[in-house]
Ligand binder design. Structure first.
Ligand SMILES: [Zn+2]
Length: 305
Protein backbone atom coordinates (compact mmCIF):
# COMPACT_ATOMS: atom_id res chain seq x y z
CA UNK A 1 0.00 0.00 0.00
CA UNK A 2 1.33 3.42 -0.91
CA UNK A 3 2.12 5.54 2.13
CA UNK A 4 0.51 8.96 2.27
CA UNK A 5 2.90 11.91 2.41
CA UNK A 6 2.86 13.91 5.64
CA UNK A 7 2.73 17.06 3.53
CA UNK A 8 -0.90 17.95 2.81
CA UNK A 9 -1.95 18.44 -0.85
CA UNK A 10 -1.25 21.86 -2.42
CA UNK A 11 -4.84 23.09 -2.22
CA UNK A 12 -5.07 22.35 1.54
CA UNK A 13 -1.67 23.99 2.12
CA UNK A 14 -2.85 27.10 0.28
CA UNK A 15 -5.99 27.35 2.48
CA UNK A 16 -3.96 26.69 5.67
CA UNK A 17 -1.53 29.51 4.74
CA UNK A 18 -4.43 31.88 4.12
CA UNK A 19 -6.10 30.87 7.40
CA UNK A 20 -3.12 32.23 9.39
CA UNK A 21 -2.68 35.18 7.02
CA UNK A 22 0.62 33.77 5.66
CA UNK A 23 2.57 33.68 8.92
CA UNK A 24 2.93 31.44 11.98
CA UNK A 25 -0.02 32.40 14.26
CA UNK A 26 2.32 32.33 17.28
CA UNK A 27 5.49 34.18 16.14
CA UNK A 28 4.48 35.48 12.62
CA UNK A 29 7.38 33.78 10.79
CA UNK A 30 6.40 33.31 7.12
CA UNK A 31 8.30 29.99 6.89
CA UNK A 32 5.56 27.43 7.45
CA UNK A 33 5.13 23.71 8.14
CA UNK A 34 1.95 21.66 8.74
CA UNK A 35 1.05 20.42 12.23
CA UNK A 36 -1.54 17.60 12.37
CA UNK A 37 -2.94 17.86 15.91
CA UNK A 38 -6.55 16.65 15.87
CA UNK A 39 -6.01 13.75 15.37
CA UNK A 40 -2.17 13.68 15.57
CA UNK A 41 -0.43 12.38 12.44
CA UNK A 42 0.88 9.05 13.90
CA UNK A 43 -2.67 8.06 14.89
CA UNK A 44 -4.43 8.70 11.62
CA UNK A 45 -2.11 9.29 8.64
CA UNK A 46 -4.79 11.48 7.05
CA UNK A 47 -5.13 15.13 6.09
CA UNK A 48 -8.18 16.35 8.01
CA UNK A 49 -8.01 20.08 7.35
CA UNK A 50 -9.95 21.07 10.51
CA UNK A 51 -7.23 19.39 12.60
CA UNK A 52 -4.14 20.79 10.84
CA UNK A 53 -2.54 24.17 11.53
CA UNK A 54 0.26 26.05 9.74
CA UNK A 55 3.12 26.76 12.18
CA UNK A 56 6.78 27.73 11.73
CA UNK A 57 9.29 24.87 12.31
CA UNK A 58 10.15 26.07 15.86
CA UNK A 59 6.56 26.53 17.05
CA UNK A 60 5.68 23.23 15.31
CA UNK A 61 8.32 21.38 17.41
CA UNK A 62 7.05 23.06 20.57
CA UNK A 63 3.47 22.10 19.69
CA UNK A 64 4.60 18.48 19.16
CA UNK A 65 6.17 18.73 22.64
CA UNK A 66 2.78 19.55 24.14
CA UNK A 67 3.15 23.32 24.52
CA UNK A 68 -0.47 23.89 23.41
CA UNK A 69 -3.78 22.13 24.01
CA UNK A 70 -5.93 21.11 21.07
CA UNK A 71 -8.34 23.82 22.17
CA UNK A 72 -5.52 26.44 21.99
CA UNK A 73 -4.70 25.32 18.44
CA UNK A 74 -8.36 25.34 17.33
CA UNK A 75 -8.63 28.88 18.73
CA UNK A 76 -5.49 29.94 16.83
CA UNK A 77 -7.01 28.52 13.62
CA UNK A 78 -10.19 30.54 14.17
CA UNK A 79 -8.39 33.76 15.13
CA UNK A 80 -8.44 36.53 12.55
CA UNK A 81 -4.80 37.68 12.47
CA UNK A 82 -4.21 41.14 11.01
CA UNK A 83 -0.52 41.51 11.82
CA UNK A 84 1.61 40.93 8.69
CA UNK A 85 4.13 38.07 8.70
CA UNK A 86 7.71 39.10 9.34
CA UNK A 87 10.81 37.16 8.44
CA UNK A 88 14.10 37.38 6.65
CA UNK A 89 15.77 35.40 3.84
CA UNK A 90 18.68 33.55 5.51
CA UNK A 91 20.83 33.26 2.37
CA UNK A 92 24.45 33.94 3.25
CA UNK A 93 25.98 34.69 -0.14
CA UNK A 94 28.88 36.70 -1.49
CA UNK A 95 28.08 35.98 -5.12
CA UNK A 96 25.19 34.56 -7.12
CA UNK A 97 24.21 33.36 -10.55
CA UNK A 98 20.82 34.87 -11.29
CA UNK A 99 18.56 33.26 -13.87
CA UNK A 100 16.15 36.03 -14.78
CA UNK A 101 13.75 35.24 -17.60
CA UNK A 102 16.21 32.85 -19.25
CA UNK A 103 19.03 35.40 -19.07
CA UNK A 104 21.97 34.69 -16.77
CA UNK A 105 23.49 37.44 -14.66
CA UNK A 106 26.52 37.26 -12.40
CA UNK A 107 26.25 39.11 -9.08
CA UNK A 108 29.33 39.34 -6.92
CA UNK A 109 30.83 41.52 -4.21
CA UNK A 110 32.71 43.82 -6.58
CA UNK A 111 29.53 44.88 -8.34
CA UNK A 112 25.85 45.30 -7.60
CA UNK A 113 23.04 43.63 -9.51
CA UNK A 114 19.87 45.57 -10.13
CA UNK A 115 16.72 45.73 -12.25
CA UNK A 116 15.34 49.23 -12.76
CA UNK A 117 12.84 50.79 -15.12
CA UNK A 118 11.78 54.42 -15.44
CA UNK A 119 14.10 55.30 -12.53
CA UNK A 120 12.28 52.89 -10.18
CA UNK A 121 14.16 50.01 -8.63
CA UNK A 122 12.30 46.69 -8.90
CA UNK A 123 15.03 44.37 -7.66
CA UNK A 124 18.59 44.66 -6.41
CA UNK A 125 21.31 42.82 -4.57
CA UNK A 126 23.52 45.09 -2.51
CA UNK A 127 26.55 44.38 -0.38
CA UNK A 128 26.11 44.85 3.38
CA UNK A 129 28.85 45.88 5.85
CA UNK A 130 30.04 42.30 6.29
CA UNK A 131 30.44 41.78 2.52
CA UNK A 132 27.32 39.66 1.92
CA UNK A 133 24.73 40.33 -0.76
CA UNK A 134 21.33 41.48 0.50
CA UNK A 135 18.16 41.34 -1.60
CA UNK A 136 15.78 44.21 -2.19
CA UNK A 137 12.57 44.15 -4.24
CA UNK A 138 9.39 46.12 -4.83
CA UNK A 139 6.47 44.22 -6.33
CA UNK A 140 3.50 46.31 -7.47
CA UNK A 141 0.12 45.17 -8.80
CA UNK A 142 -1.53 46.73 -11.87
CA UNK A 143 -2.89 49.58 -9.71
CA UNK A 144 0.73 50.31 -8.72
CA UNK A 145 -0.03 49.25 -5.14
CA UNK A 146 2.68 47.33 -3.31
CA UNK A 147 2.13 43.60 -2.79
CA UNK A 148 5.52 42.71 -1.32
CA UNK A 149 8.85 44.31 -0.55
CA UNK A 150 12.23 42.87 0.29
CA UNK A 151 14.36 45.27 2.29
CA UNK A 152 17.89 43.98 2.89
CA UNK A 153 16.50 40.38 2.96
CA UNK A 154 13.55 41.28 5.24
CA UNK A 155 10.20 40.14 3.80
CA UNK A 156 7.60 42.90 4.09
CA UNK A 157 4.11 41.96 2.92
CA UNK A 158 1.05 44.09 2.22
CA UNK A 159 -1.69 41.69 3.30
CA UNK A 160 -4.54 43.67 1.73
CA UNK A 161 -3.01 43.04 -1.74
CA UNK A 162 -1.78 39.45 -1.30
CA UNK A 163 -3.54 36.46 -2.88
CA UNK A 164 -0.95 33.91 -1.72
CA UNK A 165 2.47 34.02 -0.06
CA UNK A 166 4.58 30.91 0.28
CA UNK A 167 7.92 30.64 2.08
CA UNK A 168 9.10 27.05 2.35
CA UNK A 169 10.41 25.77 5.70
CA UNK A 170 13.98 25.36 4.40
CA UNK A 171 13.79 28.90 2.99
CA UNK A 172 14.71 27.73 -0.50
CA UNK A 173 11.66 29.25 -2.10
CA UNK A 174 9.68 32.44 -1.69
CA UNK A 175 6.72 33.14 -3.94
CA UNK A 176 3.94 35.67 -3.87
CA UNK A 177 0.85 36.24 -6.00
CA UNK A 178 -1.28 39.37 -5.78
CA UNK A 179 -4.96 39.24 -4.86
CA UNK A 180 -6.05 40.13 -8.42
CA UNK A 181 -3.51 37.66 -9.89
CA UNK A 182 -1.89 40.55 -11.81
CA UNK A 183 1.50 40.48 -10.04
CA UNK A 184 3.83 37.59 -9.27
CA UNK A 185 7.27 37.22 -7.79
CA UNK A 186 9.23 34.11 -6.97
CA UNK A 187 12.79 33.39 -5.91
CA UNK A 188 14.25 29.91 -5.74
CA UNK A 189 17.65 29.45 -4.16
CA UNK A 190 20.12 26.59 -4.19
CA UNK A 191 23.83 25.94 -4.10
CA UNK A 192 24.60 23.93 -7.22
CA UNK A 193 27.51 22.08 -8.72
CA UNK A 194 29.37 24.51 -11.08
CA UNK A 195 29.11 22.13 -14.06
CA UNK A 196 25.37 22.06 -13.69
CA UNK A 197 24.81 25.70 -12.70
CA UNK A 198 26.97 27.71 -15.08
CA UNK A 199 25.22 28.10 -18.43
CA UNK A 200 26.89 26.71 -21.52
CA UNK A 201 26.43 27.64 -25.16
CA UNK A 202 23.75 25.01 -25.70
CA UNK A 203 21.60 26.69 -23.03
CA UNK A 204 22.11 30.11 -24.57
CA UNK A 205 21.76 29.53 -28.30
CA UNK A 206 19.56 27.48 -30.59
CA UNK A 207 21.15 24.45 -32.21
CA UNK A 208 20.78 26.06 -35.64
CA UNK A 209 22.89 29.05 -34.51
CA UNK A 210 25.59 26.78 -33.07
CA UNK A 211 25.65 24.60 -36.22
CA UNK A 212 26.30 27.67 -38.36
CA UNK A 213 29.11 28.93 -36.11
CA UNK A 214 31.01 25.96 -34.66
CA UNK A 215 33.74 28.18 -33.13
CA UNK A 216 31.14 30.19 -31.18
CA UNK A 217 30.20 27.40 -28.79
CA UNK A 218 33.83 26.74 -27.87
CA UNK A 219 34.56 30.43 -27.34
CA UNK A 220 31.44 31.05 -25.24
CA UNK A 221 32.00 27.94 -23.10
CA UNK A 222 35.65 28.70 -22.32
CA UNK A 223 34.90 32.37 -21.64
CA UNK A 224 32.07 31.53 -19.24
CA UNK A 225 34.13 28.90 -17.47
CA UNK A 226 36.92 31.42 -16.95
CA UNK A 227 34.74 34.26 -15.72
CA UNK A 228 32.36 32.16 -13.64
CA UNK A 229 35.17 31.33 -11.18
CA UNK A 230 34.07 34.41 -9.22
CA UNK A 231 30.74 32.72 -8.47
CA UNK A 232 32.13 29.64 -6.74
CA UNK A 233 31.75 29.69 -2.93
CA UNK A 234 34.02 28.30 -0.20
CA UNK A 235 32.42 24.84 -0.58
CA UNK A 236 33.05 24.78 -4.34
CA UNK A 237 29.38 25.38 -5.16
CA UNK A 238 27.59 28.15 -7.05
CA UNK A 239 24.78 30.00 -5.23
CA UNK A 240 22.02 30.28 -7.82
CA UNK A 241 18.78 32.22 -7.74
CA UNK A 242 16.00 31.62 -10.24
CA UNK A 243 13.76 34.69 -10.32
CA UNK A 244 10.34 35.18 -11.92
CA UNK A 245 8.62 38.54 -11.94
CA UNK A 246 5.35 39.98 -13.22
CA UNK A 247 5.29 43.51 -11.89
CA UNK A 248 3.61 46.79 -12.80
CA UNK A 249 5.59 49.89 -11.85
CA UNK A 250 4.51 53.44 -12.56
CA UNK A 251 4.41 53.62 -16.39
CA UNK A 252 6.00 50.23 -17.05
CA UNK A 253 5.66 46.52 -16.54
CA UNK A 254 8.20 43.69 -16.47
CA UNK A 255 7.11 40.10 -17.03
CA UNK A 256 9.32 37.02 -17.10
CA UNK A 257 6.59 34.46 -16.54
CA UNK A 258 6.11 33.73 -20.28
CA UNK A 259 9.38 33.52 -22.23
CA UNK A 260 12.37 35.80 -21.81
CA UNK A 261 12.01 39.25 -20.26
CA UNK A 262 9.05 41.27 -21.53
CA UNK A 263 9.39 44.98 -20.88
CA UNK A 264 6.30 47.05 -21.54
CA UNK A 265 7.07 50.76 -21.62
CA UNK A 266 3.92 51.81 -23.48
CA UNK A 267 2.82 53.80 -20.40
CA UNK A 268 5.80 56.07 -21.03
CA UNK A 269 5.19 56.34 -24.77
CA UNK A 270 7.66 53.61 -25.78
CA UNK A 271 7.30 50.14 -27.25
CA UNK A 272 7.18 46.68 -25.83
CA UNK A 273 10.52 44.87 -25.82
CA UNK A 274 11.09 41.14 -25.48
CA UNK A 275 14.49 39.74 -24.57
CA UNK A 276 15.19 36.02 -24.72
CA UNK A 277 18.38 34.31 -23.58
CA UNK A 278 20.71 36.98 -24.86
CA UNK A 279 22.56 38.24 -21.84
CA UNK A 280 25.08 36.52 -19.70
CA UNK A 281 27.83 37.81 -17.48
CA UNK A 282 28.44 40.78 -15.23
CA UNK A 283 27.49 43.52 -17.64
CA UNK A 284 24.34 45.52 -17.64
CA UNK A 285 21.76 46.00 -20.32
CA UNK A 286 20.89 49.68 -20.42
CA UNK A 287 18.46 51.88 -22.31
CA UNK A 288 18.54 55.65 -21.91
CA UNK A 289 16.14 58.21 -23.29
CA UNK A 290 16.17 61.95 -23.88
CA UNK A 291 18.00 64.29 -26.22
CA UNK A 292 21.05 66.50 -26.24
CA UNK A 293 19.13 69.52 -24.95
CA UNK A 294 17.31 67.90 -22.04
CA UNK A 295 19.99 65.36 -21.26
CA UNK A 296 19.54 61.58 -21.00
CA UNK A 297 17.61 59.67 -18.37
CA UNK A 298 17.89 56.01 -17.64
CA UNK A 299 14.92 54.04 -18.97
CA UNK A 300 15.93 50.45 -18.25
CA UNK A 301 18.81 48.83 -16.41
CA UNK A 302 19.27 45.09 -16.06
CA UNK A 303 22.46 43.65 -14.62
CA UNK A 304 25.48 44.75 -12.65
CA UNK A 305 26.52 48.36 -12.20
ZN1 LIG B 1 6.28 30.30 15.07
Amino acid sequence: MATLSRTPPAEIRRRLRKEVNYGCPICRSPFLTWHHFDPPWPQCHAHKEEGIIALCPTCHQQAEGGAYTNQDLHELKAKHILEPPLGSLPWHIKSALINFGGNFFFAQSATIFSVRAACQEVFSMRIDKSGYLKLNARIWNSKNALVLRLIENDIVSYLENIGDLECTAQARKLSVVSKENDARFSLEFRRANPDEAIPNSSKLFHKTVLDKAPGLARRVDSDLKLRSGILIDADGLVPTIAMEIAVHGPGFSIDTTMKGIVLDLTGLGYDRAVMTSKFVGEHAFKLNFGNEKTGYRELVHLGSE
